[in-house]
Design a protein around this ligand. Structure first.
Ligand SMILES: Nc1ncnc2c1ncn2[C@@H]1O[C@H](COP(=O)(O)OP(=O)(O)OP(=O)(O)O)[C@@H](O)[C@H]1O
Length: 487
């Protein structure tokens, strides 16, 4: 058996510890700097990773000078440490290739691609004494780590305290606060850990749900050298407010041929389409009626459901992510939302910060968001355009503006400025005053059209009841129409 001298052990223990630290945390940066003995911010993130890999490699090479490095030469705690250190080394060595593979899979879509470096990475683990089983498990884990890193980073940009905290929370939601537990026990059992996303409209809940849903653990099959499914099919989303109650049931649970007039074929619902490695995202969960809440509760509780018109019970083994911009506590108090259902939805609850909070914490956040949103509006905007748009927003939007539509509104604001050069921010009118005036003529004395009146009425009702469903019922309108008027 080989022994490490205390200095060597201390070095490898630090490297092994890197696998425990959240990559979006400040502690992670500090750990890197400490290992590299560098002054903070002396080098870029990419450069830092390159230097780390070089340092780790040189230490492993020093160990292997007399014989090949093999974790089986160590025992007990030292072996555990060396295994984790090797895992970190392989991750850094293959991070770019995993990232390229993610991009290739995104381009290809739903058919799982062959991992082009499967043999090479398998060899890395096997020559270090990992079993076949450990090797496939770690390949799946490394792929998951890189997906989570990329997707969280893309979905949540910004440097305000609230956003930095959010990225850390999302990482912990995927890998838990203790990655060793995750690695050893939980990675294949995350289906019972539901996630509820809260936050005002337009704060990015759907984006975040997708980032989490595409970052689940997907086993690797070494025979075919593929992951058992493409992560692009692991995320299935539904927006509940888009459907009337009858259609919604079918969309969620599916229906049997002949279940109702027009059911010409068996129809697989959302739960049937989602594999055990995937996640179902139920958006606007605060909008659903009690009978559907009860059916969903059964799925979460017993994992069983029946398609409409069928007595067959089917099993759902994926994870449930849900989101709402409505005050669920109020809905529970008023009996519109079941408490037992709520407690099944919220193994973890994450609240997304609103734009006002983000800008007040960090005034540069607005500029960073403009730059990132401009990439969506115009593929490759230059710095100058970002400057001009930012300057125009500062001119036409009051500094203390409340941004009620959050990032979605900012995106529209940017488009509006690109087209018209200006943006009319929404006045923060007290609800009562707005309601009193909802049917009055505008300042120029123009009376409202019937459609404008209806829109104002819907908004008025929504301010009182906070529910599209209730507004639809009171106004005698379809829920989709109501949503169109309010949003
Ligand atoms: N942090 C962000 N960075 C870039 N774009 C964002 C961010 N947050 C939201 N957006 C954009 O704002 C729009 C709304 O986002 P999303 O649908 O995820 O919000 P939401 O919180 O789910 O809203 P709602 O409660 O109304 O459903 C989308 O176009 C999205 O791309």
């Amino acid at each position: 058996m080989n022994k490490l001298n205390p200095e060597q052990y201390a070095f490898f223990a630090k490297i092994a510890d890197l696998s425990f630290v959240n990559p979006f945390s400040h502690e992670r940066e500090q750990a890197d700097w400490q290992i590299l003995n560098l002054h903070p911010q002396a080098v870029s993130v990419t450069e830092r990773r390159k230097l780390l890999l070089e340092k780790i490699d040189s230490q492993f090479q020093a160990l292997a000078r007399h014989h090949r490095f093999d974790t089986r030469q160590y025992q007990g705690k030292t072996q555990e440490t060396m295994k984790l250190a090797w895992l970190v080394r392989v991750f850094y060595g293959y991070q770019q290739r995993f990232d390229d593979f993610i991009k290739a899979q995104l381009r290809t879509g739903d058919k799982a691609l062959e991992l082009p470096f499967a043999l090479a990475i398998t060899e890395e683990f096997e020559r270090a004494g990992f079993t076949r089983q450990e090797t496939t498990h770690y390949i799946a884990l490394l792929f998951q780590l890189q997906r989570a890193f990329r997707f969280i980073d893309e979905a949540v940009s910004g440097t305000s305290t609230a956003i930095v905290e959010l990225r850390k929370r999302l990482w912990n939601n995927i890998f838990t606060f203790n990655p060793v537990w995750y690695l050893n026990y939980l990675c294949r059992r995350m289906e019972d850990f539901s996630l509820l996303l809260l936050g005002e409209t337009g704060t990015g809940k759907s984006l975040v749900a997708k980032a989490i849903g595409c970052s689940g653990y997907i086993p690797f099959d070494d025979g075919s050298r593929r992951f058992v499914e493409s992560f692009t099919v692991s995320f299935k989303a539904i927006n509940l407010s888009q459907y009337s109650t009858g259609v919604l049931e079918s969309e969620l649970f599916g229906h049997k041929k002949g279940a109702f007039t027009g059911a010409f074929e068996n129809h697989p619902g959302l739960f049937a389409k989602c594999s055990k490695h995937g996640s179902v995202f139920i958006d606007e969960i605060g909008e659903i009626d009690i009978p559907i809440q009860v059916k969903l509760l059964n799925v979460l509780q017993d994992r069983l459901y029946s398609p409409v018109g069928s007595h067959d019970q089917q099993r759902f083994e994926g994870r449930v992510i849900s989101a709402t911009n409505r005050p669920l506590e109020q809905l529970m108090e008023s009996g519109q939302f079941r408490k037992d259902f709520y407690y099944r939805l919220c193994s973890d609850v994450i609240t997304l910060p609103n734009l006002r909070e983000r800008i007040s914490q960090n005034p540069d956040e607005l500029r960073e968001l403009i730059a990132s949103l401009l990439h969506r509006v115009i593929e490759s905007p230059d710095e100058g355009l970002t400057d001009r748009i930012e300057a125009r927003i500062q001119e036409v939007v009051p500094k203390t503006y409340h941004w009620p539509g959050n990032v979605r509104e900012l995106e529209q604001c940017i488009r509006r400025i690109c087209i018209t050069g200006s943006y009319q921010s929404q006045p923060a009118v007290p609800v009562k005053q707005a309601n009193d005036a909802f049917f009055q003529a505008d300042a120029k004395g123009n009376y409202l059209s019937a459609q404008q009146l209806l829109q104002n009425y819907c908004r008025f009702l929504y301010d009182q009841h906070h529910s599209y469903e209730t507004v639809a019922r009171i106004a005698g309108l379809d829920r989709r129409t109501v949503k169109k008027y309010i949003d």
